[in-house]
Design a protein around this ligand. Structure first.
Ligand SMILES: [Fe+2]
Length: 285
């Protein structure tokens, strides 16, 4: 299968033409590409909701989405519609984060499909915490490997990142704001360094939006090293920026890759989303 590298290190792009005569071996190839490259972009797809669900099911078992619940239909309860109307200033996810780190079994994969896309703006940034871990010194790798991290919704719900997470203050309460208000306090402890169970590659599993501290340490004790690691993970050398077009499908490993939604557009945008494989991140020994 032909594909383009999106950056020097991270993310690949495939044309839908490559999938024209798709069979079982094509699915296996796509799964392998996704495991290996962490971020897979397929351009110029033409998928109705059923085809979108079927295609994404190749990668894992789809899960119902309780955060973006406003878009569920009875026929396709796994599909959420992520809609930002023209003139709406609010943006969701404008901060580096993983989704669901505060669950014991956070979804391993997320897929977004472009339906209605503004002519410019609204890119999504991704960063690979695999590359970030790999570039640490051996001594720092040993230190971080010995630690566990606490992920919690408390930071999102009560502290500063919420204002970053939900930029803007116009109009009525959005579905996301209602979701945040209804969201219970959740927290989970994960190894700070996990591995992809298929490739064996180690990665840092922490982010500034939901990681509050190291297990057994206070937040004050933790923040020096955590802030260093947050900034390290977010470095441009580990980033990949994806520009949307209608028919663009983006699938990423939500354990190894953090994402950031850029809010620089003022036209309507509609993406459809599924996520899959709720799995406990595996400790890297
Ligand atoms: Fe997100």
């Amino acid at each position: 299968m032909n594909f383009n590298y999106l950056t020097g290190n991270f993310g690949i792009e495939v044309s839908a033409k490559e999938l024209a005569d798709m069979d079982q071996s094509t699915g296996v190839t796509l799964q392998n590409l996704w495991h290996e490259h962490e971020l897979l972009v397929v351009r110029d797809m033409d998928l109705d909701t059923r085809a979108f669900v079927n295609f994404c099911s190749l990668f894992g078992e789809l899960q119902k989405n309780y955060f973006f619940f406003q878009g569920h239909s009875e026929d396709y309860p796994q599909v959420a519609k992520i809609i930002k109307e023209a003139g709406e200033k609010k943006n969701t996810g404008g901060i580096w984060h993983h989704d669901q780190g505060y669950y014991s079994n956070p979804v391993k994969g997320i897929a977004l499909y472009g339906i209605d896309i503004p002519p410019r703006g609204g890119d999504t940034l991704f960063t690979s915490s695999t590359l970030a871990y790999d570039s640490l010194s051996t001594t720092m790798q040993q230190v971080v490997k010995s630690l566990n991290v606490i992920h919690t919704t408390e930071l999102m719900l009560k502290k500063q990142p919420l204002t970053k997470l939900m930029e803007g203050s116009d109009g009525d309460e959005s579905g996301i704001e209602r979701a945040l208000k209804l969201m219970p306090l959740e927290s989970a402890i994960h190894p700070a360094v996990c591995k992809n169970p298929v490739t064996g590659k180690p990665f840092l599993y922490l982010n500034r939006t939901t990681t509050s501290q190291f297990e057994g340490m206070t937040r004050e004790e933790s923040m020096g090293l955590l802030n260093y690691l947050f900034q390290h993970i977010e470095k441009p050398e580990f980033n990949c920026r994806v520009q949307w077009r209608p028919g663009t499908l983006v699938i990423w490993n939500n354990h190894q890759v953090l994402h950031y939604a850029v809010n620089d557009y003022n036209r309507r945008r509609e993406l459809h989303r599924v996520h899959f494989s709720a799995e406990q991140p595996v400790k890297y020994l």
